[in-house]
Design a protein around this ligand. Structure first.
Ligand code: PEP
Length: 246
């Protein structure tokens, strides 16, 4: 039985004051049956480390460098994240693929760099609306994931995968539970062929998850929780989604 995981992706939102309010709301609503984590902007990670210390609410980054160290201005290494106690790093989010030209090879290198320091990468894959309409969804997500699987080799079973259809992110348009399940089943089969134990891996759905659609999504057999953007910014909304994963 896989334990559900719900991860908030704050994107470039928040302030020290609003984050403190959000985190204290999340802490006050414990216990959760699901695993719960928040991925905050880099400047706020040490606040998360302090505020969430000793609790079972985890925290993560929204990106990580593919490099271990060196002259890479503006980048943050997995070693730096690990030093703070960081549990997760999102890699390959569609916003980074679109606005920062991150390709599958770079995403795979980032996933490897994260794992090398014990930070679990949450590897995002997903098709655009054009690709879905052209019937290419399966081909696109399998290609994105295969580059990561190939690079990680025997460590591929240690990642979390987030299926995030690009057309559903921040649009209010959610994949139906059935649409999402079809893709999750494809991804799990691909992971199983590579690792032999994908039945133990967690596959999250992301894309306009809200309190009122979360339960139906999370009750699909291959959906093990969610990566939540907009609805993770208000404690009450995010807590309701975490409860829907129980
Ligand atoms: C995301 O940023 O990963 C995401 C899924 O955003 P939203 O929930 O706002 O669609």
């Amino acid at each position: 039985m896989r334990r559900k995981l719900v991860v908030g992706n704050w994107k470039m939102h928040g302030s020290r004051v609003s984050n403190a309010e959000l985190l204290s709301g999340l802490l006050a609503a414990r216990p959760y049956v699901a695993d719960v984590a928040v991925c905050a902007p880099f400047p706020y990670l040490s606040d998360c480390a302090v505020t969430l210390a000793g609790s079972d609410v985890r925290w993560g980054a929204q990106d990580v460098s593919a490099h271990a160290q060196g002259a890479y201005t503006g980048e943050v290494s997995s070693e730096m994240l690990a030093e703070l106690g960081c549990r997760y790093a999102i890699v390959g989010h569609s916003e980074r693929r679109a606005y920062h030209a991150e390709d599958d090879a770079l995403v795979a290198a980032k996933a490897q760099a994260a794992l090398a320091r014990g930070v679990t990468p949450i590897v995002c894959v997903g098709e655009t609306l054009e690709q879905r309409d052209a019937g290419q969804t399966e081909e696109v997500v399998k290609r994105q994931l295969s580059v990561v699987i190939h690079r990680l080799a025997h460590c591929a079973g240690e990642i979390v995968v987030a299926y995030e259809p690009v057309w559903a992110i921040g649009t209010g348009r959610t994949a139906t539970p059935e649409q999402a399940q079809v893709v999750h089943a494809v991804l799990r089969a691909q992971l199983h062929a590579a690792t032999g134990h994908a039945d133990r891996m967690r596959l999250l759905y992301g894309g306009s998850v809200k309190a009122d659609n979360a339960r139906a999504l999370f009750s699909q057999p291959d959906i093990d929780g969610g990566l939540i953007g907009g609805a993770s910014l208000k404690a009450a909304d995010f807590i309701a989604i975490c409860r829907a994963a129980e």
